[in-house]
Design a protein around this ligand. Structure first.
Ligand code: PL4
Length: 399
């Protein structure tokens, strides 16, 4: 028989979100009368707004006419790459530096192919599980870590350090996954913090993979939406981003990754050229229809609609935070991000998750699922219909 990739034995048995879905199903099976409300997985619930939706319809229409039909578009529409650069980066990147993807998660998974198993990896603790699980799958962790394999370092982000890690932990000549606005804590890094991060990464030869999936939720104009707002980032950062959360494309699937031409490996080779090669080999391009939706999202009306959608979810976030505050539960996040990080001191996260499900029929996400520093927290997602969020907030008083 064929042998198993030993790295697979090192990932946690269940991926966090399917595990939560499983527990929800079990509860529902035991309590068929319960009307369960999910504030667990960060999954968009509101319809795509009309102008962006019309872009998707236009994309489908084009496929039905001989003059406009298109097949494979491995590299993505040039017009879309240029528009992403213009709208999100003030035109600072050429089309060749913007890679269209089928979502941020998918590119996070593929990016490590550039660096392999020998590179040390650091993550914020807590963090989006894909950074750790993806690193484990490529072989960066495991019994062999340290013998030619990189290993994973967890940098605590807690109330004590303002949810910003001690930069002394950045791995020399390694990778650091950084997410702002953060999933799960909702913390959004300041310009000073990102400047310090880029400076330290430059000194240590660390490459930052900056996950900006929630950038459009930033409402404080002083907070950077991109790592590339910081001088020097072009030499030490890759940014992944997505239309999932600002445009409701979680099911449509469209994202992008910026890999600056200035970015070099230790040997001087171009990271940008290699990323083009990797994508050309194992990725066949994003949906044509989705790309027309994204083009619509990036014109004046589309940008207004994305803001409206994010504002809606931020409104939900405000309600959840107010409800928690009313109960005396301390929380952070929710002001520039759709996640609220609620503290239940001394409690086990999964126990709190179970208690909220049992007493309120509300699904959350246990903080420890994002890393050990998330123990005693639960994450509330602000993605939900308004009436459901209001009802969930009422039910929280049963705690
Ligand atoms: C559940 C920091 C959510 N099945 O949709 P994408 O691939 O463009 O973006 C995914 C993504 C990327 N980066 C960050 C994210 O938080 C997410 C989505 N995270 C959550 O509840 O934490 C959805 C999770 C989904 C998944 O596994 O991603």
């Amino acid at each position: 028989m064929i042998s198993r990739n030993p790295a697979i034995a090192n990932i946690k048995a269940g991926y966090l979100f399917p595990e939560i879905a499983k527990r929800r199903r079990e509860y529902a099976a035991a309590h068929p009368e319960a009307r369960i409300i999910s504030l667990g997985v960060g999954n968009t619930t509101e319809p795509i707004l009309p102008h962006i939706d019309a872009g998707l319809v236009e994309g489908a229409r084009r496929l039905g006419a001989a003059e406009t039909y298109s097949g494979y578009q491995d590299e993505g529409l040039a017009e879309l790459r240029a528009k992403i650069s213009a709208v999100f980066y003030r035109g600072a990147f050429t089309e060749e530096e913007v890679f269209i993807s089928d979502g941020a998660k998918c590119d996070i998974g593929r990016l490590q192919l550039l660096f392999g198993a020998g590179v040390p990896v650091a993550v914020q603790d807590p963090s989006y599980p894909v950074y750790v699980d993806g690193s484990v799958l490529i072989g960066a962790a495991g019994p062999w870590a340290g013998s030619g394999y990189g290993g994973i370092t967890y940098l605590p982000c807690t109330a004590e350090n303002g949810y910003f890690p001690d930069l002394a932990g950045l791995p020399e000549n390694g990778l650091f996954y950084f997410c702002s606005p953060n999933n799960p804590t909702g913390a959004t890094a300041s310009r000073e913090q990102l400047t310090a991060l880029v400076r330290e990464a430059g000194k240590r030869g660390t490459l930052i993979i900056f996950d900006a999936a929630y950038a459009e939720y930033i409402r404080d104009p002083a907070l950077p939406k991109s790592i590339f707002e910081i001088d020097g980032a072009r030499n030490c950062a890759i940014e992944v981003n997505s239309f999932s959360k600002p445009a409701g494309f979680t099911g449509v699937r469209l994202g992008w990754t910026v890999v600056p031409r200035d970015l070099r490996y230790a040997g001087g080779e171009s990271v940008n050229a290699d990323w083009g090669r990797v994508c050309g080999t194992i990725f066949n391009g994003a949906s044509n229809i989705a790309q027309y939706g994204a083009l619509a999202a990036l014109d004046g009306e589309g940008i207004r609609e994305m803001r409206e959608l994010c504002d809606f979810y931020l409104g939900n976030a405000r309600l959840i935070r107010e409800a928690l505050t009313g109960l005396g539960v301390s929380s952070v996040g929710g002001d520039n991000s759709p996640y609220i990080w609620a503290h239940f001191p001394g409690r086990d996260s999964w126990e709190v998750f179970a208690e909220i499900l049992e007493r309120c029929q509300v699904v959350t996400t246990p903080g420890s699922g994002f890393g050990s520093a998330g123990e005693s927290f639960v994450r509330f997602s602000a993605f939900g219909h308004r009436a459901d969020v209001e009802e969930a907030c009422k039910r929280l008083s049963r705690l």
